[in-house]
Design a protein around this ligand. Structure first.
Ligand code: NDP
Ligand code: 8X3
Length: 249
C-alpha cells in the first residue's frame, strides 16, 4: 500500500504504533503531536522519506493551518486521515470535576478534530480517501467519572456517522474505532502524571496494547474500496459491562 496517511497524536500510544504499522506496510505518514523530540526520534527511526513530522497543538487552529500548508510533496496529498490525538483528564464525578479539564478535552477531542477534518476534507474527497476517527467505548457506555470525556467521544462517533451521510457518493469512507481499555500513556495523562495509578489500573488486567489498536486502524484503512466499516468497538476479553446503579434511602 503506497498511500499518505495523516496521523494525529503520533508521539505516543495508538498514534505511534499506527505510524510504525503504516510505514511497515509501505505508506508515508504525516505524524503530528506537540512533543517535537518524539517526532524527531520517529523520523530518525523510520526515515525522512517515510515520516514527515508536524509539530502543533490540536487546539491551535492557526498553527494547524501553518503546519498543513508547509507539507512538501509527496506528503501533501492525504489519502487517509487518522484522527487519533485526544485525551481524558480526571475521573472525578461531574460535581467535583475541573472545568479547565473539561474545556481542554472539548477543545482537543472535539474542536481540534473537527477543525482538522474540515481542513483536509477537500483533499480527502478529491482522492476518495479514508477517515478513521478514534472514539472510545466511553462514548457509547456511561460510567462514573466519564462525564465530559465520554461526551466528547459520543460526539466523535456521531460526527463520523453524519460525515458518512454528507460524503455519500464521494467514495470517501468513514470509520469510528471505539476501543476499550488499552495500556498507553492515556491513564498517566488522565491522572495528571500519576504513573503508579496507571500501573495499578492495568496490573493483571491484560489490557489491549497500542499495537492491537494500530492493527485495527490499519485493517480498516486497507479494506477494499467498496467496503465501509461504520464503527468498530473493541475491548480486551477482561473488560465487559456492569449494570445500572440504584441509590436507596
Ligand atoms: P496517549 O496519551 O498515549 O497518546 C495521546 C496522543 O494524543 C499523544 O500523541 C499526544 O501527543 C496527542 N495529543 C493529546 N493532546 C494533544 C494536543 N492538544 N495537541 C496535539 N496532540 C495531542 O493515549 P492513547 O494512544 O491511548 O490515545 C489515543 C486516542 O485513543 C485518544 O483520542 C484517546 O481518547 C483514545 N482512546 C484511548 C483508549 C485507551 O484506553 N488508551 C481507549 C479508547 C480511546 P502530544 O502530547 O505529543 O501532543
Ligand atoms: C478510554 C477507554 O474505558 O478507559 O477511552 O474510558 S475507558
Amino acid at each position: 500500500m503506497s498511500r499518505t496517511v495523516f496521523i494525529t497524536g503520533a508521539t505516543s500510544g495508538f498514534g505511534l504504533a499506527a505510524t510504525r504499522r503504516f510505514v511497515a506496510a509501505g505508506c508515508r505518514v504525516v505524524a503530528t503531536g506537540r512533543r517535537a523530540d518524539r517526532l524527531d526520534a520517529l523520523v530518525q527511526m523510520l526515515g525522512a522519506d517515510k515520516v514527515h513530522p508536524l509539530v502543533f497543538d490540536m487546539r491551535d487552529s492557526a498553527a494547524m493551518d501553518e503546519a498543513i500548508a508547509s507539507l512538501p510533496e509527496p506528503f501533501a496529498g492525504i489519502d487517509v486521515l487518522v484522527n487519533n490525538a485526544g485525551l481524558a483528564l480526571g475521573t472525578a464525578p461531574a460535581n467535583h470535576a475541573s472545568l479547565d479539564d473539561w474545556k481542554v478535552m472539548i477543545d482537543t477531542n472535539i474542536t481540534g478534530l473537527v477543525t482538522l477534518t474540515h481542513r483536509l476534507l477537500p483533499t480527502l474527497v478529491e482522492r476518495r480517501g479514508v477517515i478513521i476517527n478514534v472514539s472510545s467505548v466511553a462514548g457509547v457506555y456511561p460510567y462514573p467519572g466519564g462525564n465530559v470525556y465520554g461526551g466528547t467521544k459520543a460526539f466523535v462517533s456521531q460526527f463520523s456517522l453524519n460525515l458518512r451521510s454528507d460524503l455519500h457518493g464521494t467514495g470517501v469512507r468513514v470509520t469510528t474505532i471505539e476501543p476499550g481499555m488499552a495500556e498507553t500513556e492515556f491513564t498517566v495523562v488522565r491522572t495528571h502524571g500519576n504513573q503508579a495509578a496507571s500501573d495499578a489500573l492495568y496490573k493483571d488486567a491484560n489490557p489491549m496494547s497500542a499495537e492491537d489498536i494500530a492493527e485495527q486502524i490499519y485493517y480498516v484503512a486497507s479494506l477494499p474500496p467498496h467496503l465501509n466499516i461504520n464503527r468498530l468497538e473493541i475491548m480486551p476479553v477482561t473488560q465487559s459491562f456492569a449494570g445500572f446503579q440504584v441509590h436507596r434511602g
